[in-house]
Ligand binder design. Structure first.
Ligand code: SAH
Ligand code: SF4
Length: 376
């Protein structure tokens, strides 16, 4: 799925290591179209692929032997061809606000995290699952905890889907009706630098024969890998979130070094060009750093930059941690910043810190990964 028009600057960033060869492809990361090709190669009708998909993603079987509507011989072929293992859940931490943080270990013993965030909005139970796409992040934003983790690799599509299945199972055990309504790629890593696996995982999530999520409920958040934003719009037009975080190149170059490759005007243009279905909006994330990007001038520049783009703005007061020298803004500055955006008609919300006591808030992911693995 590599794009024919791959930007040369992506080459250096994509030196990030790939998932370890597992020997066999994992069925959890295999879209239905590929399964169809596989079953047809074995002289079987296409609907067998659907039966496999139902077995794995609807009935959530953990072994091919359990998909009993397939012949024993075919189950054996599946066993020989595909892996079906999920990443291991190593630890679950619960916060008093209901947030749950899951730590997973890959087969090569790297830690990554997912966070389940329950919410009640307008009397309805909604909830969000925040998934990781890499085990660290090479983008190196100066305010982000994940950037401090040195032992990185891309997660395989199966490791991304594995997070969704494991959390669904854990939550479902407690409250059988509980379902997360939204999946956001806002955990550890830069999803658009792991493009191939992220898109595969999205295809699996969207498939109505399997997990059946709607594209409106899946959000990919990026620091601004511009050529990949265009690819995403063509391949799987899910919801897009852009971590803008500054209004001048001077500041953004410092806090998000990726800006030197794709400066603000290119990023804004990619937002203008992103295909949006009816009434959808792009989410703009803006981390407020005291004295750096939190002035009223910044708010006004932001308004100007986003003019005519359908957006909603998430203001994120910095979650402080010991790997950043920046400080969070005062509550008053945050309020004034938001009020200025609102005055100009922007939909904004200040993202409340959730699960702070377990370091499950944005930009704090990776803390337990860092503490508890010795091979960093
Ligand atoms: N790499 C992607 C997605 C993961 S980061 C991206 O950058 O968009 C998810 C969000 O957390 C981003 O909007 C990022 O700006 C924000 N974030 C990172 N560190 C943070 C911190 N310490 N406090 C608050 N938000 C933070
Ligand atoms: Fe990576 Fe996103 Fe953190 Fe930047 S904010 S270092 S892109 S995870």
């Amino acid at each position: 799925m590599q794009s024919a028009t791959l930007h040369p600057a992506l080459a250096s960033l994509q030196s990030f290591s790939e998932p370890p060869p597992a020997g066999k492809p994992n069925i959890l990361g295999t879209p239905l179209a590929e399964l169809r090709t596989f079953v047809e190669k074995h002289g079987l009708p296409g609907f067998r692929a659907q039966q496999i998909f139902h077995g794995v993603f609807r009935h959530r079987h953990k072994s091919f032997a359990d998909i009993t509507n397939l012949s024993k011989e075919f189950r054996e072929i599946l066993e020989q061809t595909f892996d079906i293992t999920r990443p291991r859940v190593d630890q679950i931490e619960k916060s008093s606000d209901g947030t749950r943080k899951y730590r997973f270990l890959t087969i090569d013993n790297l830690a990554f995290e997912a966070v389940f965030i329950p919410e009640v909005a307008k009397g309805r139970k909604t909830s969000t699952l925040c998934v990781s796409s890499q085990t660290g992040c090479a983008v190196g934003c100066k305010f982000c905890f994940t950037a401090a983790i040195k032992r990185n690799r891309n997660l395989a599509a199966s490791e991304i889907i594995g997070q969704v299945l494991a959390v669904a199972e854990d939550i479902g055990h407690k409250e059988p009706d509980a379902k997360f309504t939204n999946i956001v790629f806002m955990g550890m890593g830069e999803p658009l630098l792991n493009y191939e696996h992220v898109v595969r995982s999205v295809r699996v999530l969207l498939d109505e024969e399997g997990m059946d999520f709607s594209a409106r409920r899946i959000t990919i958040s990026t620091s601004g890998i511009v050529p990949r934003i265009y690819d995403l719009g063509r391949d799987v037009p899910v919801q897009l979130a852009i971590s803008l975080n500054a209004t001048t190149d001077e500041v953004r170059d410092i806090i998000m070094p990726i800006n030197k490759k794709w400066p603000i005007h290119e990023l804004i243009q990619s937002m203008r060009d992103y295909p949006l279905q009816n009434r959808r909006r792009i989410t703009v994330e803006y981390v407020l750093l005291q004295g750096i990007n939190d002035s009223l001038d910044d708010a006004q520049r932001l308004i100007h930059l986003l003019e005519d783009i359908p957006v909603k703005i998430n203001i994120l007061p910095l979650n402080p941690h010991d790997k950043t020298s920046y400080l969070p803004p005062s509550a008053e500055t945050t309020d004034q910043f938001q009020a200025e955006l609102r005055r100009h008609g922007y939909h904004t919300m200040v993202r409340r810190t959730r699960g702070d006591e377990i370091s499950a808030a944005c930009g704090q992911l990776g803390e337990t990964a860092l503490q508890n693995t010795t091979m960093l």
